[in-house]
Design a protein around this ligand. Sequence first.
Ligand code: GDP
Length: 586
Amino acid sequence: MKIDLGPSIPIQQLSKAIHKTPEEIENSLRGRGKVLRAGDGLKVDQAIWIAEQEGFRVRILSRGKEEALSIEPEKKSLIQPRPPVVTVMGHVDHGKTVLLDAIRHTNLASQEPGAITQHIGAYKIHLPGGDIVFLDTPGHEAFAAMRARGAQLTDIVVLVVAADEGVKPQTIEAVQHAQAARVPIIVAVNKIDKPQANPARVREELAQYGLIPEEWQGETIYVDISAKYHQNLDKLLEMILLLSEMMELKADQSRAARGTVLESRIDPQLGPTATVLVQDGTLRIRDFFVCGQTFGRVRLMMNEWGKRMETAPPSTPVQISSFSQVPRAGDPFLVISGEKEARKLADLIGRQEQGAKRLRPRPTTLEEVQREIRKEAIPELPIVLKVDVYGSLQPIVQSLQSLAIPGARITIIHSGVGAISESDVLLASATSERGIIIGFNVKPDSKAELLARQERVDIRLYSVIYDLINEVSRLAQGLVIPRYREEIIGRGEVIRVFHIPKVGVVAGCLVQEGKFVKGRQGRVIRRGIIIHTGEIVSLKHYDQFVDEIGQGKTCGLMLSRGFTRYQVKDQVEVFIREELPKGGEE
Ligand code: GDP
């Protein structure tokens, strides 16, 4: 089948060519990180990548100025297991660097004599049970940065937690990054040589984040290690191989190579140089390639030990020079049949990127995003939440989680204490076009602010919990089609709580503003947090049941859904929710 190449490739067209539904294509993209918005087209390199992953052979046809992709089922294939790609994450000082060094050096003996390890962003080790690739930039910033560019490289995350310190804020951040990317985690409980080490506590703490140890009938592998004294490292590596076997990671060695740029720089001797992780196919010396807006031909290819290579099979990091310009980390790398095609494609990708920037900037505000939302099954509002102190974290998370918005879902992809960082921005941006950051009594640091502007991530800051919850609720409701409009018709305060036998708990309220009306919705707010919302099922003025009660009067109030936990000084708000006509704007 032939697809004409224009400013972008409609998903519909690709979906026909490779016999997949548009949803399947979107899911495949989502797995790599960045998500497309409705109506977005694919870039040509994305389209080629997806088609080839699905077992098609893609060629570029050009006739004069017209260019097209030919997409045909691939006959020859050599699908084989491939080594896993591992990222090491965890809190600062818990031993990530020492672990990466220890693994590299224990494996040194099996390398060429005299080999000197170079820092190229990744290295591969060889074990009797198989090979493993480690990405050499520990920490979740690098991980999130790649995902924000739509490049997910990691198959397995090794989470390093120091047994003497236990779970720390960045440990949790790392867990949330891995979980958001749906990458399985192996926990390396480090520093077990220390007398204060308490590996059991690490298990207990992490179990709260869903990492239930296998020994407790969970699914997460824990290995107790000492990176410093090389204790149990073989066990850790064995577990990585075991998990990778279960994941059935596969690649096709017979294809033209496909990969992603890990790092790039200008080498004084070699010129533009990059480390590329070959993910599928085999990269050969003299192959032509396109990589983002750059292209070139592989003239010199070296491994992480500085040794020249002729071929690089799937899951191999290689250092390549001879790019026309310096590519960017995260750029896809595709081998192309000839120089003319590579040059054309690089030019086309460049034009598509310019066009995309001009035509469809990431929407600046959530309101704009809302306008773009199509009818998803349940639209989702992904939130990164940062607060000033631990004390406020739990209540905010809980009230956000208990916000019940019919037809929409709020997902807290990450929550933590401290200023809004670049990592937060990247996580929000990588998770969804709609990802927003909510700060409570915190601000973004200057780098994060700049990045948020570049990535067009909406940051919203609050200092009153009630405002925060209200606003998030409003934003999430904005995702719902049809939308609702809310009008507050009464406000009051609980002045006494009555426990009446056979009836239940009644809130004695003073109506301070407007009126309370039976049958309308009421919400109970305590210290700025909505703790219950329900219909007013009973309203009593002294001994009389009434339908309405006005300002300055007292009443006995009961809300639906059996709420009993009223306290004196709780605020009560009575409101009307109106459904707006379909397509209506607020
Ligand atoms: P990173 O910030 O996570 O990369 O942490 P590092 O790898 O730099 O390690 C931080 C500190 O912990 C260093 O002083 C290491 O020597 C020490 N360390 C790392 N692993 C171990 C270990 O297994 N046992 C002990 N006792 N110390 C360790």
